[in-house]
Design a protein around this ligand. Structure first.
Ligand SMILES: [Zn+2]
Length: 1003
């Protein structure tokens, strides 16, 4: 709670209780119709016909007012919104909104951008003509409230502005394409808002602007409609689930609000901020019958203003109380969705001084009317759901549309009666964001200028800019006090050179910058036992950058200038000479550079070297015959380069652009989409092939050097091999007249068959002939279980708990090309659930780690000594005979294979030849230093275990990631692990230094 504003709390309580309880339409006139306005009888009859239970409708939507001039949704749909067996394409939805715009001055339609596949995204603004015609003036006032620096944080001026202003409430539909109800509900809602003369709707129209984006995931919507059309044309047959939603990712499009990788996220935020809206309300369908998760559950995100938490309570409680007063069952606002991660689309508002809201209504994944059987956890009566959903229900798309519209109309009505209050909060939150340095701190985040990090700094600054965060650069060196890392540690003085990047916290959108750059801690004992999404995400760690959290406000007085173009941080060529050297410092653009310089001669240094006063790590590039455009190319890629007078005397090898295939399944394309977008946006070309194509392709090695098999998402090896069962009908995913939007990313006449044993054999021979197979999480498990990674197993997890946490790693093979350019210090990785590997020098069950007595130190072999003479570190000495020395026991580290001796190797065909034993590249750090951000509980079974392993098979390699190095656009710091491996695919054979056992004989 905000202790400095007791008056505000008082206002809250008055507002809260001022809203009278609604018993029924007869008893309360809040939502009464205009008796003088005729209704559209035919439309109204259809509404009732398609509503499957009288309790699934309310007085707000049980009729449709008639208009002589404004067309109803039936004009485009041919039937009412939510009618069965019909889903409109995005274009049809837009056509309706544009018909509205043409028919009434109360509706204005805007293009807000385009999707990755070029489809339009729109927003429609609805209000009285008087408001819309003065929307620009209103926006100019809202812009000042949104950035209180413009009025010198003067509350009196703010009051004048907000007295004259009206707020903007932004509703977004169907980001999740199989959740199909929102577009038709929003078409009808728009009609009602524009046409209905019920006093409460007239009040809405004259007091606020409702902004609607009816389709957020427009690529996915059109594919979903295709799929539904195929289903209707093939009654009784199985239809595929939606494999591709957007061009890249599926359900995760609602986890993009941090890195903002997807066009839809950028378009929605740009629209939201350009209207200076107060609310972003996102519509979903997965919970019966309406879960308004505005209240949700703890833990709440630690960076939101407490005013927002109060607004959630106010709006959520009021909304469901109204819904329940209509007698609608299954409406609730408390639930087990925690509001910790800021990755959800709605959270764009929470992190930009607005209000985030989300409805989960009930949907059938299409417009079929279905008998639905609910689970006990869905229909049970709980303290927060006294009128729970019915356990067995016939549910229609119209029912869904009734719930969505009723809830939206009633909450917008409440909002319209309290516009002043919400605008005041909007200003207060914005003001407190600007006051952050003096209220709670920090004063700023500073990224020290350092050439080695510039490439990744550019990527971070790009994210900050997408978030509309102002970024500055120091013009002079400064010294600032930086708090100690741990509680009780003394603050230290840090010096930041000129050119260092400053993210000031005295700016309106400081909150999102703070949330992204700060660290996160989720207590193991938190009462919330099911974190809804990632528990840690610090971008400082995930981008592998030095970022100082500076509390000392004097930093804000330092001289700085805006950093307008982040690419200016790098892209310079220094020196003179014929050889161009690009140091490997863990950039994401070294691999792309190879593809840009097809005609140049490029060599990779196998060892570090110094030249022209600079240090070049192993893996640095040396380019001769660079084209004239090289200056532009390195600038565009954010790479610094040095001209050298001559080639350095260091071992080098020529590289040519590796030929990459990107293999996907027909089970799910969710997780691989994040890899695909990373390759596409970096400029790394690849062939996109399915497991079915691999099953047909006998000579993969002739075509490809590297096959990337990104995570599928909880797929077993059998799932990948077998695909979808072929018991029933074929399931096509193809572009046809009926399904013009399918088959564009990839297609198959029948998506059911998987990789199969032929495909597996082809993959195996690809690797054996020198190819590199890159695997991650479930595809790493697949490689292990199908024998492609000899000596590697997935380590037992025991009771360790990790939920999307940022964990610390240590380089085990610093000479491996996979870690070229990385510093020896810890590399943060994101780990979904703590997946780690055991490695062994033998196949079979005997090769794993030595099982020690769990009661003693599992790592200390001498802890097992028997009772006898001497200390624990001594040997016992039998009496009456000569003392015989035992073979020294070697302390085996958790990331190491069990050492071999004569006993193990004698006549043992399971012993893996030296050159084929796996190399551990990265391991987790020890339990004490393992956690960087998020949740880590009982880490014993995963600490110090291998997390990235290079397995060797024949002439080739299989790289296994337990962490996901390319994830949601958030893990720029680990992209180069993948890119290095690709660039050096031919150099991953067992390193001579790693063939000897690396354990110190520590005891
Ligand atoms: Zn959803």
């Amino acid at each position: 709670m905000n202790r400095s504003k007791p008056a505000l709390i008082a206002i809250f309580s008055v507002l809260w209780f001022a809203q009278p309880a609604l018993v029924s339409q007869e008893l309360n006139s809040t939502f009464a119709r205009d008796p003088g306005q005729p209704i559209d009888k035919q439309y109204t009859d259809q509404i009732h016909k398609y509503t499957t239970d009288p309790s699934f409708i309310s007085p707000l939507v049980d009729y449709l007012p008639a208009s002589k001039t404004v067309p109803t949704p039936a004009k485009v749909l041919g039937d009412v919104s939510g009618a069965p067996d019909m889903l409109p394409y995005a274009e049809d939805v837009y056509r309706y909104f544009r018909l509205l715009e043409a028919a009434t001055p109360r509706v204005k339609v805007f293009t807000i951008g385009h999707s990755e596949e070029g489809r339009e995204m729109i927003a429609a603004a609805i209000a009285d003509t008087a408001l819309l015609s003065r929307a620009k003036e209103n926006d100019a006032r809202l812009a000042q409230l949104a950035d209180p620096r413009t009025i010198g944080l003067d509350d009196a001026k703010a009051r004048q502005l907000l007295d004259q202003s009206w707020p903007v409430y932004y509703i977004t539909g169907t980001i999740h394409s199989p959740e199909t109800g929102a577009p038709t509900a929003l078409m009808e809602l728009a009609y009602r808002l524009a046409v209905d003369d019920a006093p409460y709707i007239k009040y809405i129209r004259s007091h606020m602007i409702v902004l609607i984006t009816p389709v957020v995931e427009v690529d996915g919507r059109d594919r979903m409609v295709d799929l539904y059309r195929w289903h209707k044309a093939h009654p009784g047959q199985d239809w595929p689930h939606l494999l591709y939603w957007g061009h890249y990712v599926a359900h995760d499009n609602n986890r993009d609000a941090m890195a903002m990788t997807l066009d839809l996220t950028r378009n929605v935020l740009d629209a939201y901020l350009s209207w200076h809206a107060q609310v972003l309300h996102d519509l979903h369908e997965s919970v019966p019958f309406l879960y308004d998760n505005t209240v949700g559950d703890g833990p709440y995100n630690a960076w939101v203003d407490p005013i927002l938490a109060d607004e959630w309570a106010e709006l959520g409680s009021n909304n469901v109380a109204q819904m329940r007063s209509f007698g609608m069952p299954g409406v609730f606002t408390h639930g087990d969705f925690d509001t910790w991660s800021p990755g959800y689309l709605m959270f764009l508002a929470a992190m930009h001084n607005g209000i985030s809201r989300l409805y989960e209504t009930f949907g059938n994944g299409g417009a079929d009317t279905e008998k639905r059987i609910l689970r006990p956890e869905d229909y049970s009566r709980t303290w927060y759901r006294q009128n729970p959903p019915l356990p067995l229900v016939t549910w229609s798309q119209r029912d869904n549309n009734n719930y969505e519209q009723t809830a939206l109309l009633s909450t917008i009505s409440y909002f319209s009666r309290n516009t002043h209050h919400f605008l005041e909060n909007f200003y207060l939150k914005s003001k407190r964001s600007v006051q952050k340095p003096t209220l709670e701190g920090p004063a700023a985040y500073v990224l020290p200028a350092e050439a080695a990090s510039a490439n990744r700094q550019i990527e971070l600054v790009k994210v900050l800019k997408r978030q509309h965060i102002e970024v500055q650069q120091l013009t002079n060196e400064i010294t600032s006090t930086v708090p100690g890392e741990k509680r009780g540690e003394k603050p230290r003085q840090d010096t930041f050179p000129a050119g260092s990047i400053v993210i000031r916290m005295d700016q309106p959108y400081s909150r999102i910058a703070d949330a992204l750059l700060d660290r996160q801690f989720w207590a193991a004992g938190d009462p919330q036992k099911h974190p809804y999404d990632d528990t840690g995400w610090s971008f400082a760690h995930l981008f592998n950058l030095n970022v100082a959290r500076v509390a000392d406000p004097s930093v804000l007085k330092a001289k700085m200038v805006p950093l307008d173009d982040p690419r200016s941080l790098a892209g310079k060529i220094s020196g003179s000479g014929t050889v161009l050297a690009v140091a490997n410092t863990g950039q994401i653009s070294l691999l792309p550079l190879i593809y840009k310089l097809k005609d140049a001669t490029i060599q990779i240094a196998g060892k570090p070297f110094d030249a022209e006063g600079k240090h070049f790590a192993a893996g640095s590039l040396l380019i001769t015959d660079a084209p004239e455009a090289i200056a532009q190319i390195v600038h565009d890629l954010g790479l610094d380069a040095s001209r050298l007078a001559a080639e350095p005397s260091v071992a080098m090898r020529k590289v040519s652009a590796p030929r990459i295939a990107f293999m996907h399944t027909w089970l799910s394309t969710q997780a691989e989409g994040w890899w695909r977008i990373a390759f596409d946006s970096a400029g790394v070309p690849f062939d996109y092939i399915s497991t079915q194509a691999v099953a047909r392709q006998t000579d993969l090695r002739a075509k490809y050097d590297v096959i990337v098999f990104a995570p599928v998402g909880r797929a077993s090896a059998l799932d990948i091999l077998n695909g979808i069962p072929v018991w029933n009908n074929a399931m096509p995913w193809q572009k046809t007249d009926l399904t013009p939007n399918l088959g564009t990313v990839d297609g198959s006449e029948d998506i059911r068959p998987g990789l199969g044993y032929d495909g597996l054999a082809h993959l195996r021979s690809f690797v054996e002939q020198g190819g590199l197979l890159i695997t991650c999480e479930d595809t790493a498990q697949f490689a292990i279980e199908t024998g492609l990674a000899p000596g590697v197993s997935v380590a037992p997890h025991d009771d360790a708990r990790v939920v999307g946490s940022v964990l610390n790693t240590v380089l085990v093979s610093p000479d491996s090309p996979v870690v070229f350019g990385y510093r020896a210090a810890g590399l943060p990785v994101i780990s979904a659930n703590g997946m780690v590997f055991n490695v062994s020098n033998m196949l079979g069950r005997t090769g794993g780690r030595v099982l020690m007595d769990p009661m003693t130190d599992p790592l200390d072999p001498y802890a097992k000594r028997a009772t006898g003479r001497g200390s624990v570190d001594d040997s016992d000495e039998p009496q009456g005979r000569k003392i015989a020395e035992a073979e020294p026991l070697i302390k085996q580290q958790p990331w190491e294979p069990r050492p071999l001796d004569e006993e193990l190797t004698r006549n043992n065909p399971e012993v893996i030849p030296v050159e084929s034993r796996p190399d551990v590249i990265l391991r987790f750090s020890d339990a004490r230093s393992l956690l960087l951000d998020g949740l880590l509980d009982r880490p014993g079974s995963i600490a110090e275990h291998a997390v990235v392993v290079d397995a060797h098979l024949g002439q080739g390699n299989v790289l296994l990631f337990g962490n996901n190095p390319i994830y949601r656009g958030e893990t720029i710091g680990t992209y180069p692990l993948v890119f290095n491996a690709i660039l050096n695919y031919g150099q991953l054979a067992r390193h001579p230094s790693s063939t000897t056992h690396s354990a110190s004989a520590g005891k």
